[in-house]
Design a binder for this molecule. Structure first.
Ligand code: GAR
Length: 227
């Protein structure tokens, strides 16, 4: 009898993640770093991209994490892609499924399958600006503050219960690029490892669309940090 224990090491931790990406994977890198330095007590079992040229795949390989590609163009419908994606994910039995710049809308049946153990990071202070072009929309609205949110994924786009938000001031001379850079590096790379750590250590629970931190209900904005 053979069993694939070759990739298991004594450093494997019990809480496991699968990360889905579509692009650069800088959030993935912050999660890899936080797993490696012990902030997040978890193991990334696999990184899956729907694009074969996503740079995040190189980041995964460099960290010796299985880096897999499932191209959505190879499927005739959203549902058939999502079914194949779920089959791939389930091979790794992750405790938590982490969307890190995964730029695909997921079908309701996929979301239902992972409800409560599927999280996303979004570059706005939800419920402001679900969808795309969030930095442009914050500038157009002359917002004084902007940031990012980590939330549980529900079938409605970018509308699931928020776990944590990181907030930065918008400077008078900010443009889309400067704001995007600040949100990514000064907010997202901090709040995503924090949220995952809380979930891995069972400090976060979700009940009836309310997020609890240490058994205390959080406001709809989640736990807010000003940077
Ligand atoms: C991040 O800004 C993330 O919030 C955003 O894509 C970027 C991915 O960057 N996600 C969404 O807009 C999802 N709606 P990364 O690949 O460098 O982590």
């Amino acid at each position: 009898m053979t069993s694939d224990v070759s990739q298991q090491t004594s450093s494997d931790k019990p809480f496991s993640l699968v990360v889905l990406i579509s692009g650069g994977g800088s959030n993935l890198q912050s999660i890899i770093n936080a797993c490696e330095n012990g902030q997040i007590p978890a193991t990334i079992k696999a990184v899956i991209s729907n694009k074969n040229d996503a740079f995040g795949l190189e980041r995964a390989k460099k960290a010796s994490i299985p880096a897999l590609v499932l191209k959505h163009q190879d499927f005739t419908s959203r549902e058939s892609f999502d079914l194949a994606l779920a089959a791939l994910i389930d091979q790794y039995q992750p405790d938590l499924l982490v969307l890190a710049g995964f730029m695909r809308i997921l079908s309701p049946s996929f979301v239902e399958r992972y409800l409560g153990r599927l999280i996303n990071i979004h570059p706005s202070l939800l419920p402001l600006y679900p969808g795309l072009n969030t930095h442009q929309r914050a500038l157009d609205a002359d917002d004084k503050f902007h940031g990012a949110s980590v939330h549980f994924v529900t079938p409605e786009l970018d509308a699931g219960p928020v776990i944590i938000q990181g907030i930065i001031p918008v400077a008078d001379n900010d443009n889309i690029q400067s704001l995007a850079d600040k949100v990514l590096t000064k907010v997202e790379h901090l709040i995503y490892p924090q949220a995952i750590t809380w979930i891995a250590t069972q400090r976060i629970t979700l009940n009836d669309r309310i997020v609890y931190l240490d058994n205390e209900p959080l406001p709809v904005s989640g736990y807010q940090i000003h940077y």
